[in-house]
Every structure is written in C-alpha cells, then in structure tokens.
Design a protein around this ligand. Structure first.
Ligand code: AHM
Ligand code: MG
Length: 341
C-alpha cells in the first residue's frame, strides 16, 4: 500500500460520511442506498439543530408568535423537524413509505417520485414539551427493508418485528448535537462540529458500562405503579452503599434519558400505571430503535415481561411500557414484576 505523502494527522478525522461508508464494507452485498439514507438523516439533523439553536428567538423576532421578521410563518419546532425529515427523504427513491409520530397514518411517497426498498419511521422531536425550558430533545429513527413487493409502501412495511430492523439511531440536540446510530455492527456516536458543519466520530463502538450510575424514571407516579415496579424502585434506592451508589436523573425527554443511560450505565423505565395501562412511550419509533441500540451496546430492553424487540407491532402508534439499560437491571425489573405484579 502506498504511504501517505502527508505528515499531519488529517486522515484520522472520521466524518460521519466516511464512517457510514466504511461500515458499508462489512456488507459486500450493499448497494449504498442505506448509506445515503443515513447520511440524509444526518443532514436533516444538522438542519433541525440549526433551527433549535434559534428556538427562543423565533418568538422574539416574530413578536406575534405567528410571523417572523422575514414574513415567514413561525412553525412549531416539532412540526418543523417533521417536515425537514420528510422533505429530505420523499424524493430520493430510497424509501417505500414513511411513518412519523406527527401523522396518524403512514406517509406515502409522492406519486411523482420513485419508491425504494427501505422504510423509515421517526419521532421527529422527542421530548418536545421540554423545548420551552431549553432542555435537551432529540430525533429517533428506525429503518427496515420493505416487505411489500413494489410500488407504494404499506402499513405492513411499517409494522415489522423489531428484530428485522436494518438500522436505528437518534440525534440529541443538547449542549452539543450528537448523532448515534447502529446498523447491527456496534453503536457509534458523532458530535457536530458547528464550525465546519460536520458530524465527527467522538464515541466509537459504545458499550454500556456494566456498573450502573443512574436510574431514571418519573418517580412522581410512584403511587400509581404496580407493587412489582414499586419494589424494584425501592431495590434500586437500597443499592446505594458505601461502595456503590446509584443516583437518580430524569430529564423527561426519552432520547436524552436514554443517551445518558447508554453512556453512564443504569436503567431508564417508563412503566404502565393505573392511568396509563399500556404505558406512554410508542413502540415503533421510540422503544424499538432504542432497544436495538441498547442490545448492540450490550444492554437490554423489555416491557417488564418480554424483550421489546420480540413484540409484533399491531398499530403505528402503539404504546408500550419500557425498561431499558444494563441487562442485569432490566432482568431484575422483570423478576420483581413476575413475583409481585
Ligand atoms: P411526547 O411524545 O409527547 O414528547 O412524550 C414522550 C415523552 C418522552 O420523551 C419522555 O420519556 C416522556 O414523554 C415523559 O413523560 P412524563 O412527563 O410523563 O414523565
Ligand atoms: Mg416522543
């Protein structure tokens, strides 16, 4: 192999584009369509991040809250994130169909554009109730291969078992913007360098630490939980000893709470309760993609009874309880629930 004529370390900078391309080499049969699809999502992430950074300004500049200084409509950020993801993906010929938290039904590819072999599901702006308080939010996505033969994609394309997922990821819009994804070859994280407008590899092959640091749950609902969930929570509180402590953090944005759990070890859970018998979080575009990432990072994700990825989705916006994080803790939660309900 010819050696580089340069002595600087510039060729060690791993952009997201280069990384996705290198991952593609693990799959000799790959045609590059998935690579480009992931890159389009990363581009959407950059565009959404740019709007997010102006979040507070939209209202100030718009005065009425409806129209900004350029005379454009001021769009709510979750709608804007939804449209950005759609606009970057509707015409590329890579997708058969799209589904979004913001739309009741599946979103077809417009007739004038070709359909492709992949299916994209997303929550465009998870945790959007936090935006007004300048707290981190994010985009979550899942990608499948279509099961329908050709033409417009169908609801069956969107309701596939999580184990069929081809790729999953999320983008966190926080103190910095991060893109985290898996194609089943480990979990990789990139941080947006705003000075060059590019995601650079910052967290390679993420593995969830085995020693848990935090548990994360909305403990305000404690009295609504089942005895098993209550006892599991009390067990977590009792772990704190002189040698080990497990602290509590809860942001209220699933994607941010999960991101912290992934990097620090621990467990996030949003169980069912007496007012939400199905749980709150959505299976197809929240729990499933994060479950794929958790498993790839050595963790687990469960409903409290079975693995999230084993569920067969019945509807687009189906809710599910979610326990996600270190495998030991997820299995302990299942054990408490099995014993105490
Ligand atoms: P949303 O889809 O309306 O944003 O709700 C999902 C969010 C998750 O990001 C978060 O984990 C959860 O709702 C917080 O709910 P709660 O306020 O009940 O703790
Ligand atoms: Mg959400």
């Amino acid at each position: 192999m010819a050696s580089s004529p340069f002595s600087s370390n510039i060729d060690t900078i791993m952009t997201i584009e280069r990384h996705i391309l290198e991952q593609q080499r693990f799959h000799p049969e790959a045609t590059g369509v998935l690579t480009n699809l992931l890159y389009d999502i990363a581009l959407a992430g950059k565009m959404i991040a740019s709007q997010m950074s102006k979040a507070g300004l939209a209202q100030i500049l718009g005065k009425t809250g409806d129209v900004n200084v350029q005379g454009e409509q001021v769009m709510k950020l979750d709608k804007l994130a939804d449209e950005t993801l759609y606009m970057l993906n509707d015409h590329t010929g890579r997708l058969a169909v799209i589904a979004s938290e913001e739309h009741k039904d599946i979103i077809p590819i417009p007739e004038q554009y070709p359909t492709g072999k992949y299916v994209l599901l997303y929550d465009p702006l998870d945790g959007s109730s936090n935006i007004d308080f300048n707290v981190g939010v994010g985009t979550i996505f899942a990608i499948y291969s279509r099961v329908s033969a050709s033409g417009p994609g169908t609801i069956e394309d969107c309701l596939q078992n999580g184990r069929k997922m081809v790729a999953a990821g999320y983008i966190v819009y926080g103190a910095s913007t991060m893109f985290v994804y898996t194609t089943g070859e480990g979990v990789h994280g990139f941080t947006l360098d705003p000075s060059i407008g590019e995601f650079l590899l910052s967290h390679e092959n993420i593995k969830m630490p085995n020693i848990p640091t935090y548990y994360s749950v909305n403990q305000g609902y404690f009295n609504r939980w089942s005895p098993g969930v209550q006892k599991f929570t009390q067990h977590l509180q009792a772990i704190t000893s002189e040698t080990q402590s497990i602290s509590m953090r809860y942001v209220g944005s699933l994607v941010v709470d999960f991101h912290r759990t992934l990097l620090s070890g621990g467990i996030f859970y949003y169980p069912w309760d007496i007012s939400k018998p199905e749980g709150k979080l959505r299976l197809t575009y929240e729990a499933n993609p994060l479950a794929f990432i958790a498993e790839q990072a050595g963790g687990a994700a469960s409903t409290g009874f079975e693995d999230i990825l084993d569920l067969q989705p019945r509807s687009l916006h189906q809710r599910t309880p979610l326990f996600i994080g270190n495998t030991d803790l997820v299995r302990q939660a299942e054990e408490y629930i099995r014993k105490h309900g």
